[in-house]
Design a protein around this ligand. Structure first.
Ligand code: AMP
Ligand code: MG
Length: 334
């Protein structure tokens, strides 16, 4: 009898312990999420942890995203980029300088395929306006005259123009920086396990509880997912001809421009690029798009910790060697 009592007591203790553990886990692995419209897209942040921590952390991350996005917006009269473009005022803002420094190094590595002085060309194509159209040759040539990263000088803690009509556009790199800034804020506020999804540009930080985050790769010519990858501490950024484009006489003209020709870059439909941090992933994603499937993937193979999927104009999907191992097919659903 005494023995039975002891067994019962022990069983009760184990059940209570399990229950407490489950409650503890449920709180620890609670997934908080919120969405805001930012950078022209819906941004959702998911964070693992008690709501008392994750809720304010997510709110602060969104606030920081908004502030950084405003700073990097060339159309915002308060932005140092606006003063630089319009009046030639040198830029000393440390965040903009850090991003520009990376942009310039990628320009050198890609022989100018990625070039933030692309701005006059983006302007004549009208990609930021309501009525984009194919410019005439003379207009393209005049804009191309002003494009060239050599026309920028970054020295002594300031970015300056080497010719007065140079303009910069950080559109190909800023989103990665904004996402990185949000990740930093989440970490600083006690939410190191989080996923930031900015309209398909994703940064997965830490893990989703005890499993990695799953990130789907979208088909650029459809709504379905090509496959997915399981990631931790990895950014997946996308560049595509479907993001911003117009049709004229049956042809598609998109917003990623080739500084060699002055026309939308040819050969690529979409790139998804994987790297440890979102800033690196964003800049290289646009760069690989312009370089094209061949040269672009060659570059990715040379870079440690970088993988990519490039969809060529022909529809052919090419994967870097590491991604072939990482990309998983979705289970067939009926
Ligand atoms: P993403 O969506 O990151 O590929 O960036 C596209 C944006 O980058 C465009 O909207 C332009 O603002 C800018 N951009 C276009 N062509 C280039 C280029 N060749 N080098 C750098 N930035 C570019
Ligand atoms: Mg980019």
């Amino acid at each position: 009898m005494k023995h039975l009592k002891a067994v019962l007591f022990l069983t009760a203790l184990i059940v209570a312990g399990l229950f407490a553990f489950r409650t503890y886990n449920a709180r620890r692995f609670h997934l908080e999420q919120d969405t805001r419209f930012l950078m022209d897209t819906y941004v959702t942040i998911y964070a693992v942890g008690p709501a008392s921590t994750t809720k304010p952390a997510i709110r602060k991350a969104f606030d920081r995203m908004q502030a950084v996005d405003e700073k990097f917006n060339i159309h915002n009269p308060e932005s140092p980029l606006y003063a630089f473009n319009e009046a030639g005022t040198p830029i000393t803002d440390p965040e903009i300088l850090a991003v520009t420094r990376l942009a310039l190094s990628v320009s050198r590595e890609t022989d100018g395929a990625f070039d933030i002085t692309i701005s006059p060309l983006v302007d004549v194509w009208g990609f930021y306006g309501d009525d984009p159209a194919v410019p005439d040759d003379a207009t393209i040539d005049a804009a191309l005259e002003r494009v060239g990263y050599d026309n920028l000088e970054l020295a002594g803690g300031a970015l300056r123009k080497r010719r007065p009509d140079v303009r910069i556009d950080l559109g190909g790199i800023a989103k990665g920086y904004v996402i990185g800034a949000a990740a930093e804020t989440l970490k600083e506020n006690g939410a190191p396990s989080a996923l930031i999804d900015a309209g398909g540009d994703v940064y997965a930080m830490g893990a989703k509880g005890q499993t990695p985050w799953k990130v789907g790769i979208r088909n650029p010519r459809g709504d379905e997912i090509l496959g997915y990858v399981e990631v931790m501490d990895l950014a997946v950024m996308g560049s595509g001809d479907y993001e911003r484009f117009f049709m004229q006489e049956g042809r598609r003209y998109h917003h990623i421009l080739d500084p060699q020709t002055g026309y939308p870059s040819e050969g690529t439909i979409a790139v998804n690029l994987f790297a440890a941090d979102p800033l690196t992933a964003d800049v290289w994603c646009t760069a690989v798009f312009v370089l094209g499937p061949e040269k672009g993937l060659e570059m990715v193979e040379k870079k440690a910790g970088m993988e990519a999927i490039v969809v060529a104009e022909t529809g052919e999907k090419r994967l870097s060697s590491g991604l072939k191992r990482l990309l998983k097919a979705l289970p067939q659903t009926e």
